[in-house]
Design a binder for this molecule. Sequence first.
Ligand SMILES: O=C(O)CCC(=O)C(=O)O
Length: 298
Amino acid sequence: MVVLHLNRLHDYYAAMELARALSDEQVARYHEEGFLCPLPALSPAEARDCRAMLETFEASEGRPLGRLPGQLRAKTHLLFPWLDRLVRHPAVLAAVEDLIGPDLLVYHLTMWIKDPGDDAFVSWHQDGTYFGLDPADQHVTAWVALTDSLPEMGCVTVLPGSHRLGQLRHSTHRDAANLLSNGQEAEIDVDVARVVPLALRAGDFSLHHTHLLHSSAPNRGRDRRIGVGISYIPTRVGHVGPRRLTASLVRGQDRHGHFDSEPRPRADFDAEARAAHAEACARFFGSHGSVRTEVAEA
Ligand SMILES: O=C(O)CCC(=O)C(=O)O
């Protein structure tokens, strides 16, 4: 009888393990090091399709996304159905769920695009610095590569274990080439010998903790480096600030109602989507006083 029960329990845990995206070892590593990389999501063909949809839009506007006005690099999933689908990708959501639970919101999104030969870089920072979330440490960033993102292309680099330092002070060093809207930089000397590059092939993704120190150098490769940074939080996390912000429920249920819900785009860049995007960005950037998201003209 006892053996039967133990066998059932074993089957139950085996089934649970199968339903999960991350192994216990990966979850433990995330908590120890503050990141996981690489994890599979899109096939190479799907990643190419996403890139083609982005570049078709850029061609129609005559400029790269990062040089278009209107904070289009931010919360871009509110403007394009293909990105709205990407933030709901089952492989990404399953991995995020294994880290922060089943009820998930997309709190923010940034398109991280570096063209070969430009000077765009990202200074050492922690994502939580301007997010104003409470509790702060439940937020996870998934960085989905739409192209290869390799060391010579200025892939994201991280300082393993630095998330355990908690939130650090940041100062602002505004620099036109810095892709961070406020040019924020953590006040800490980073030991370069300990830095790890998060090399990704198109379609793969990485996950990093909100307090993990990370940065990236200019793209000295031959192709564009395009990544989608998706900020996920569990619905129990709120935002501290005078104005309610917006977010998108992408998995499970929201029993807390800390955010106004964002409408899903119905067609690429249509008027309704543009209005919702402008409102969401005004509230988000207004909450911490960021000045720009466009990349300065070369
Ligand atoms: O893509 C980059 O170079 C920086 C990414 C980043 O800062 C982030 O995903 O939080």
